[in-house]
Write a protein that binds this ligand. Structure first.
Ligand code: CTP
Length: 218
């Protein structure tokens, strides 16, 4: 008997956040959301109910007639609101693949558009809340929270392990920086108890199937 119950519903977040500077500009990142979308497909294929929270400018989500719900977000604040709604009440496992901004403009220019001035521009930024850490604090017994981390090869293991502790995660998928917006992934799954494993370099659909299988096994 597995010690962790088989999950019924998985909540997957994917894609970048766009943090507004003014009405037409934002600070974002290169995340395509592709791995998250493949995770949703793979989870659906093994019979899980899937909630996919997907950021802006990502690949198209799958559309299945049942067992898949797609919610969209744009900013870190939108995603925070979605997660407050969905976690811990609506899923057993949270897979936090979203590339959430660490900083956002403190005060987006009200209305309209910032005008060009010859003296340059300084934008004051504030730290965003750590959403996955907050979700880990809210989780109930039997629920699991899995984070993602983009790291340099040299710090892959140590920094990801530190994030597991700092954010209270059950596991983390550590990827080299080159993974963002790439076709393949060379991910390392590290668990809170220190166990770690990697399937080697795989296409994103194959890596997604591997990771969902690991999640199903507990
Ligand atoms: N994350 C989050 N909220 C944030 C930033 C990150 O929930 N404001 C989540 C990401 O979705 C990911 C995990 O935290 O699952 C690790 O993200 P990462 O950016 O690597 O972690 P940071 O704590 O921001 O560390 P770093 O200094 O390396 O950016």
């Amino acid at each position: 008997m597995p010690s962790i119950p088989r999950p019924d519903t998985v909540l997957i977040t994917a894609g970048p956040t766009y943090e507004p500077i003014d009405a037409v500009r934002f600070i974002g990142n290169r995340s395509s959301g592709r791995l998250g979308v493949e995770l949703a497909r793979a989870a659906h294929a093994v019979g899980l109910d899937v909630i996919l929270a997907l950021g802006p400018n990502t690949v198209a989500p799958p559309s299945f007639p049942e067992r898949l719900r797609v919610d969209r977000f744009r900013t870190c604040a939108d995603l925070e609101e979605l997660l407050l709604d969905l976690w811990p009440g609506h899923a057993d496992v949270l897979v936090m693949a979203a590339a959430v901004a660490d900083y956002r403009p403190k005060q987006p220019a009200p209305g309209g558009k910032l005008r060009r001035h010859s003296e340059g521009l300084t934008i004051e930024m504030e730290a965003t809340p750590d959403l996955v850490a907050a979700c880990a604090r809210r989780k109930k017994p039997g629920q699991r929270v899995i984070g993602f981390a983009l790291e340099t090869q040299a710090e892959l293991m140590s920094s990801a392990a530190d994030k597991i502790r700092r954010k209270g995660l059950d596991a983390i998928v550590a990827n080299p920086l080159e993974t963002m917006d790439a076709d393949e992934i060379d991910g390392l799954l590290i668990r809170a108890d220190g166990r770690h494993e990697s399937p080697g370099r795989l296409s994103k659909p194959m890596f997604a199937a591997w990771l969902i299988d690991r999640i199903m096994r507990g």
